[in-house]
Design a protein around this ligand. Structure first.
Ligand code: GDP
Length: 456
């Protein structure tokens, strides 16, 4: 087991709450519990049992709070070390003071993600599982969460293990040949090797194909609602928020005048950017709205070009038309409950058009389907079965591994020296090992765990 000092941190969010949890991990955890916790009923703490009692400063006997405490002895804990969790009142100061007390008894403050890093170093989780922990915490839609949970549970790891096994077996076959060079190279293993490596390559390609969808689910997409004043942009945003009843988070606008809301569209987290929050000195403000919309266009993955069916196409629409050149655009014709007088110029023929009315709700479902279809081709992702890689790091090592396997297959089929072809197989194996963390460099590990919050 990885030997380490004892770390501690507050594991609940900062601020006021019902309870606050201080987590301690390492060889001093049990000793610290003995120093600062006085159970209501006397006697030592048994592992995995909750105890009610008081947190006492051993220096002067003062009581800091009443608390529930649980000690989880190694290896049956999150980090696979001795872990102590103290549940106290969730006030900002009380949690902080108990943490300070713990630190004075022989722990040090944990770095971000250090508990999960220890779980990884102690073999409780592999690296893709550890990376998934952060996505479980941040998952904003059912599908994103399911993807993260599947990774955390090890479904992705199992697929990776299959891939790895195929490569390792092929390598073993080749190495056995290298050990007995006098034996005929046309051994029965030839076809087996091609087959094993072919299967591993297919496994990698399948995971890579899932990457773009996995990434979308994880990170979501940005959709800008653009259009001249009064076409119904804010009505559209409100309708989406209300109909979907699935606002996931309210992201404070990056500028004061941009509204950003995350809407769950068929499992895809969609950050809606609306520029219509501005309503003051009308003329100037309208100009400001257009300017803000124009600024946001490069940031959007998709622009909803909203138009008013009851008005004619005019110079303001034209302004936006020029601005969205080269972007993915969905044309949204709103107010279809009114007599339609809008006719679209030919430039619009390349884009999909959806007719809606935010007043009646007409066309809103179709619009959502279209937004979804812009990013996902085919059916809605089945969250129950979804296993994919979702991080650029994971994609990069898979690409490297696949490249090595392709080179191997080519060289092997051409009958190149076995000593040489084995190098590519080893490279492929190492790359896959980086995915799960067996061969990952320390600096990369540090980068991965720094993305976590303190206390996780
Ligand atoms: P924005 O300036 O583009 O954000 O437009 P608003 O959402 O503020 O809407 C402008 C006006 O159009 C408001 O009076 C809305 O009530 C009205 N409006 C919005 N959508 C519709 C619609 O589908 N049908 C009708 N008849 N009026 C609408």
């Amino acid at each position: 087991m990885y030997i380490s000092d004892t770390i501690a941190a507050i594991s609940t969010p900062v601020g006021e709450g019902g309870i606050g949890i201080i987590r301690v991990s390492g060889e001093n955890a049990r000793k610290i519990a003995g120093f600062i916790f006085v159970p209501h009923k006397s006697g030592g703490l048994k592992s995995h049992r909750f105890y009610y009692g008081r947190i006492i400063n051993p220096a002067d006997g003062t009581c800091l709070d009443e608390a529930m405490v649980v000690l989880m002895l190694a290896p049956k804990s999150y980090t696979a070390e001795d872990v102590l969790e103290i549940q106290c009142h969730g006030g900002y100061l009380v949690v902080q003071k108990i943490l300070e007390l713990v630190l004075r008894q022989g722990a040090r403050l944990a770095e971000p993600g250090e508990f999960t890093k220890r779980a990884f170093l102690n073999g409780r989780l592999d690296l893709v599982q550890a990376e998934a922990v952060i996505d479980v915490i941040r998952g904003k839609t059912e599908a994103a969460l399911a993807l993260a949970q599947h990774q955390r549970e090890g479904l992705l790891s199992r697929k990776i293990a299959d891939i790895k096994e195929g490569i390792a077996e092929s390598l073993a076959l080749i190495e056995s040949c290298l050990d007995f060079p006098e034996e005929d190279i046309e051994f029965a293993g030839n076809a087996e090797i091609t087959n094993l490596v072919g299967n591993s390559l297919e496994g990698i390609d399948t995971l890579l194909r899932g990457y773009s969808e996995g990434k979308l689910l994880r990170e979501g997409v940005s959709v800008l609602i653009a259009g001249k004043p009064n076409v119904g942009k804010s009505s559209l945003l409100n309708t989406l928020l209300k109909e979907k009843r699935s606002i996931v988070t309210s992201v404070p606008g990056t500028t004061r005048d941009i509204i950003e809301e995350v809407v769950n569209i068929k499992g895809l987290p969609v950050k809606m950017l609306d520029t219509a929050g501005i309503r003051e000195a009308r003329d100037e403000i309208e100009q400001e709205g257009v300017r803000l919309a124009l600024e946001k266009i490069p940031l959007a993955d998709l622009v909803l070009f909203v138009m008013d069916a009851s008005r004619t196409f005019d110079s303001e629409d034209l302004l936006l038309l020029d601005a969205v050149e080269g972007k993915a655009v969905l044309v949204v014709i709103n107010k279809c409950d009114l007599p339609v007088i809008l006719s679209l110029p030919p430039e619009f023929s390349a884009w999909q058009t959806v007719e809606i009315s935010t007043a009646t709700g007409y066309g809103i479902d179709k619009l959502c389907n279209q937004i979804y279809a812009t990013f996902f081709h085919g059916d809605a992702v089945d969250a129950r079965e979804y296993v994919a890689v979702s991080l650029a790091r994971q994609r990069d090592v898979l690409i490297r591994s696949a490249d090595s396997l392709r080179t191997f297959i080519k060289n092997f089929n051409e009958g190149l020296n076995l000593e040489l072809v084995a190098v590519d197989l080893r490279d492929a194996l190492n790359a896959v090992g980086e995915l799960t963390g067996e061969t990952t460099a320390d600096d990369i590990l540090d980068l991965i765990f720094q993305r976590f919050c303190i206390g996780k």
